[in-house]
Design a protein around this ligand. Structure first.
Ligand SMILES: Cc1ncc(C[n+]2csc(CCOP(=O)(O)OP(=O)(O)O)c2C)c(N)n1
Ligand SMILES: [Mg+2]
Length: 381
């Protein structure tokens, strides 16, 4: 008799039938990117909102062309243009209330400016002047993040704290298609869903991570589908349709505020310019690829809708363009001023409490600066 044949020997029992923890069907994104402009859904949108979005898009486009021009004039070290992506940028800012928090990436200067930051302050970091360039707490805007996706766990942490405090604050975090391959993306989404944190993730799928096209980035049906694996809804939206973007992000923000948990929104858009002024996009894509998107330009889509419904006349167009020009002139004026910088600021805000090494280095720099200023005085005599 074998051991297994003895009375009371272990007999495997079948496991309980497997049940999904949540029904995946409601979490799945639409098969096609959601659109409003040019469809019947546009009739329901407040005309004032459409006009506001139009004016912001025009202003945003002008900001992009002005900042790019400043790189050519040597006034700005680097600029990642969001030309073609203005609808995502503007909608992200407008979907939030003042008490909410925005967590942008380096490409999201327009969202930061549309949220109310002074246009020149949004370029401080990209000029390499002084840390973030603004007080994140005052504006409720986290620093423009260059390390990909690191802003996402920060947003979840803030949102989780807001939920514990019950203060109704929502965090909206922006990331690119390439950023979705980072571990931070996975960790942030997983924590957000488990904790039901009031956070909205906005992925701007602009087709590229520098030279890497989306097909080499992921084999997922869409980036929005990734939401299902974490247990949150995924939304697939036309990222060039400002009305659709505004509606979907506003819904996701409201849902988060009401305790409904996080949402992942994928905005399908296109990066019309090179990655930054330091990149040559002709090395990895054809001009014809770019041309194919011209007719689906976010400003054009909005202009068509407004014109067809008689909501936009020449005066309004001129007003939007004049306002954008005034903003650009102001930006030029600020960026043409030499910044007054204190080299000792290199050491502030690195750690809450400075390390002994940093104190030593600060003392060394202070001594060098004193010698340099004495020498300059000597020469002046
Ligand atoms: C952690 C990290 N790895 C690599 C880089 C270098 N890098 C800068 S931008 C970029 C591509 C990002 O593409 P995507 O997330 O699609 O954003 P996009 O630039 O298209 O807005 C890479 C790899 C970085 N900044 N941070
Ligand atoms: Mg990208």
């Amino acid at each position: 008799m074998t051991v297994m044949e003895q009375r009371g020997a272990y007999r495997p029992t079948p496991p309980p039938a497997w049940q999904p923890r949540t029904d995946p069907a409601p979490l799945l994104p639409d098969a096609e990117p959601y659109r409003v402009l040019g469809t019947g859904a546009a009739d329901k949108v407040d005309p004032e909102l459409l006009r506001r979005l139009y004016a912001e898009l025009v202003r945003g486009r002008r900001y992009n062309t002005q900042a790019t021009a400043l790189t050519k004039q040597g006034r700005l070290a680097v600029y990642p243009s969001s030309t073609g992506q203005e609808a995502c940028e503007i909608a992200a800012a407008l979907a939030l209330e003042e008490r909410d928090w925005l967590f942008p990436s380096y490409r999201d200067t327009l969202a930061v400016v549309a949220r109310g930051l002074a246009p020149a302050s949004a370029l401080t970091l990209l000029r390499g002047d002084w840390h973030t360039g603004y007080d994140p707490r005052e504006h409720r805007i986290a620093p423009l993040s260059t390390p990909l996706a690191t802003q996402l766990p920060h947003a979840v942490g803030l949102a989780h704290a807001a939920r514990l405090k019950g203060d109704g604050v929502v965090a909206l975090a922006m990331v690119g298609d390439g950023g979705t391959s980072e571990g931070d993306f996975h960790e942030a989404l997983n924590f957000a869903a488990v904790w039901q944190a009031p956070v909205v993730f906005l992925v701007q799928n602009n087709g590229f991570a520098i030279s890497v096209p989306l097909a080499k980035q992921t084999a997922a049906p869409s980036l929005a589908h990734k939401a299902v694996g974490y247990g949150m809804p995924g939304r697939l939206v036309d990222g060039n349709d400002a009305a659709a973007m505004h509606e979907v992000l506003s819904e996701a923000v409201a849902r988060a505020r009401e305790g409904g948990g996080p949402t992942l929104v994928e905005a399908v858009t296109y990066r019309m310019e090179a990655h930054t002024n330091a990149d040559d996009a002709t090395r990895y894509r054809q001009d014809t690829d770019v041309e194919a998107w011209r007719d689906h330009d976010p400003i054009l889509l909005m202009e068509r809708e407004l014109t067809e419904r008689g909501l936009l006349d020449d005066d309004m167009k001129r007003q939007a363009s004049d306002d954008a020009e005034a903003m650009a002139a102001d930006l030029r004026e600020h960026m043409n001023q030499e910044p007054v910088l204190d080299p000792m600021d290199l050491f502030t805000h690195v750690y809450a409490e400075q390390t002994s090494q940093l104190r030593e280095q600060a003392a060394q720099l202070r001594a060098e600066l004193e010698v340099a200023s004495e020498e300059a005085e000597e020469e002046a005599r």
